[in-house]
Design a binder for this molecule. Structure first.
Ligand SMILES: C[S@@+](CC[C@H](N)C(=O)[O-])C[C@H]1O[C@@H](n2cnc3c(N)ncnc32)[C@H](O)[C@@H]1O
Length: 226
């Protein structure tokens, strides 16, 4: 199944908003760390409902925001959630980003980068369009150390790349991005029931659920363009 088919279906069934609600638990902490200054141009790769760009407009007075998504229905939904003329959503693919060299101040991506058909090619694209000193904030919940995420590939037909922390850093450096930071952001908002309530439908033990949300959470890797 193509990205378009898979995620158009998610968008029309309202899962864009469901993702926004869940991802916001950790995304908001990573977004708060972005060195976005008033007027900066920001690109959100795999924007889904587009909440991240809108938050950067509200909290940091970002200038132009572009949300790019491979699903036309996601982009359509995202556009319908705002009347801000400085926020635009475009349909495109991670393999070839429709932006000029040195045209973007910061790139953000939450739970999307690993869907790239060729993540190394996507990183080259990001390095090409970032201005000197620009940053790439890459946040993922699906990664090697997070063993609780490994089964996710079984539920989706789009091929996913499962890198570990080192592979993210090496791949960033290979395209010339310095790694300024790598961190696990815990999700403290998911309610974890008391020991007596386990096993749950999705979790055999409380220990595993604590590890997934409070310890592993979201892996954030930050690259900086030279
Ligand atoms: C799991 S959703 C995350 C959406 C949003 N960033 C969030 O935090 O809720 C992944 C998004 O990436 C988009 N996507 C996946 N692969 C893509 C690709 N190769 N090119 C462009 N967009 C892609 C999907 O259409 C989907 O909207």
């Amino acid at each position: 199944m193509s990205v378009r088919e898979e995620f158009d279906e998610w968008a029309t069934s309202g899962r864009d908003k469901g993702m926004e609600e869940r991802h916001w638990h950790t995304a908001k902490h990573a977004l708060a760390r972005m060195p976005v200054e008033p007027g900066d141009v920001v690109l959100d790769l795999g924007c889904g409902s587009g909440y991240a760009g809108r938050a950067l407009r509200d909290t940091k007075d970002a200038g132009r925001i572009y949300g790019l998504d491979g699903s036309p229905e996601m982009a359509r939904n995202a556009a319908s959630y705002t009347e801000d003329g400085q926020v635009g959503y475009v349909v495109g693919d991670f393999g070839s980003l429709p932006f000029a060299e040195n045209s973007i101040d910061h790139v953000w991506s939450m739970e999307a980068f690993y869907y790239a058909a060729d993540p190394h090619e996507t990183l080259e694209e990001i390095a090409r369009l970032l201005r000197p000193g620009g940053t790439f904030y890459c946040a993922v919940n699906y990664y090697e150390e997070n063993v609780h995420s490994h089964e996710w590939q079984d539920n989706i037909d789009v091929e996913m790349t499962r890198w570990d922390r080192d592979q993210y850093r090496e791949a960033f450096r290979a395209v010339g991005l310095s790694v300024a930071e790598q961190d696990n952001i815990p999700d403290r908002e998911i309610a974890i029931p008391s020991e007596a309530e386990f096993p749950l439908e999705d979790w055999d033990t409380r220990e595993a659920m604590v590890e997934r949300y409070r310890e592993y959470g979201t892996l954030l890797t930050v690259g900086v363009a030279p």
